[in-house]
Structure formats: C-alpha cells, structure tokens
Design a protein around this ligand. Sequence first.
Ligand code: DAH
Length: 336
Amino acid sequence: MKDKLEQIKNKALKMLEGAKDLNFLQTIETNLLGRKGELTNLLKQVKDLPNDQKPIVGKMANEVKNEIVDIIKNKIVELSQADKISSTPLDMTWPGEPAEIGHLHPITQFQRKIEDIFLSMGFEILEGREIETPKYNFDLLNIPKNHPARDMWDTFYLEKGLVLRTHTSPMQLRAMETRKPPVRLLVPGRTFRHEATDASHETTFHQYEGLVIDENISVRNLLSTLESFFQTLFGKEVKIKANGSYFPFTEPSLEVSMSCLICHGEGCSVCKKTGWLEMLGAGMVHPKVLKNMGVDPEKYSGFAFGGGIERLMMLYHGIDDIRLSYKGDLNYLEQF
Ligand code: DAH
C-alpha cells in the first residue's frame, strides 16, 4: 500500500506540473480526490489494514493528500491569473494613467526668474562651488586672516581647512581666472552661515551675485542696473536708494534698498515704518580685488552686488517664514 501511495503521488506531481489550463486541472483533481478518485479509494482501504499498520499508512496517505491539495490550490491561482491577462483585450489607443509629476522647488523657480531678467540685460549666468577654500572665500576678496571683517561671515569649517562658502562673492575671482573685461556676470547659488535660525534667517540660503567690469563703469551704472532689475521683477512703481555701507571688497560700498511694496513708502510693519526695504550689498570693486583678478584698475572699473534670493522670493510671494522653504512640506510646496 505504501508503494501504491508513492506511485500515485509521483504520477500526480508529474501531471500537475504539466497542467496548462484550469479544465485539465479540474480533471486531475476529480480523478485523484473525487468521490471515486484514486487517492480517495486508497484512503478508504486504510481501515482494513492490520492495527499496527493503520496509523503509519494513514498518516502517510494524509500527507500525500495534503501535498497534492496544496499544489492544486497554487496552480489554480497561477493559471487563473495568466488566464485573466491573456483574456483582457489590449487597446493601444487607451490613454494611460496620468503620472504624478512634481515641479521645481519654489526657490529654483524663483532663481530662474532672476536669471531670466539678467540674461535679458546681457549677463552671463555662472554657477560656483559650495565648498570653497578660505583663499577665495576671504583672502582674494581683501578679507585677510585675523581681520575683524571675517566675523561678518562666520562659517562652517570643514576638514583640510575648507569652508562652506558664506557668500557667492568667491566666484567673482574664479570667473575672472578665465575671462577678460568687459564682463557681465550673474552667479546664483547656495550659501551657508553659522546662524541661529528664525523666521528670516537660515543656515542654508541662496544668493545672487553680480559683477560688471568694463571701462568707465560708475555707481550710476550699478544703480540703474539694479533699478531695472527690481522694476522688471516687481513692476514699474518700484524705486531704489543707496546708503553708505562697508564691505572689504568694494570701495565705496553701498546698501541698496527698494521702496516698500506694501505701503509704497508710507511706512508699515513690513518695512518697519521706514518706507524702504534693504535688499542687497553692493559697491565698486576694490582696486585690490581687481588686481587679484589680474585686471588693471587704472584702465578698468567695475561694480558688484550680492543679495539673498529667499528675501526677494518672500517679498514677491508674501511668505513670512524662510524656514518653510526647507521643510519639504507638501502643503507649502504644492502652492507653487
Ligand atoms: N557678499 C556679501 C554678503 O554676503 C554681499 C555683497 C556685498 C556682495 C557687496 C557684493 C558686494 O558683490 O559688492 O554679505
């Protein structure tokens, strides 16, 4: 009887393996496990065996039965899936599932808006590196070691004395290594500072840096360029003004402000009742820096400026917390 069981099992396994459709599977199942099935008949005979044989053969017969039932179940699932796929009509013209596509981050979108305006004024757009050497971040910009002005750009120092750049200004010098005046350059990019964060300060932010060098460049050129930029971005009614300031790499140095977009100069909480919003630092490129660029300060002069992209974007869209842009919060991001 044991041999017979073994025989039935082997035959069943072979047939099941080759089963290609559900009808055939059904036939195999009936022949084996149906009321008059081969295995059913065998199981019925177990009761006639001698007492000491009954439990052993009975157990074995049940194991074979369970194994076959499991295989049949799996085969049914497998074949019915294959059946479904092959019986679904394939219409190649049917529109596909719409893919969920994201979009550029609001800061990138806004950076491109700035780039477009400067491109239209004949500027070349350049990108710099986020990890800088102190030589480019400070020294060549006339900020010597141990000079208190370095405190204005407290930064994150990395291994091997490298720094996360604190401003986009180092690119002024890198760009001039491969260029000669006249140049008009705009360098947007990510910058880093050792800051305590709040609604208007982040350790990571973006700047846009401008550099124009040619013969007879004056403060007037600087101011008219910036005025055109702000007017194109915000609309014709914007005015700008410049106050004296200090940067080691410019002489004279200026702080450029724009008339308040909210109150148009009357005074409100956004402009702290002054009617003006400070927008960026700027100035005429210091003769020492021109020399570091290999440019003759007797023949050429230039202006430079640098401002925060987030600050501009927040005013443009009416956003009141810079940290929103770095949270990855979809409720915020999906509004752009
Ligand atoms: N790099 C300065 C800063 O991050 C901003 C700046 C001021 C850039 C004057 C300039 C400039 O190019 O001329 O605070």
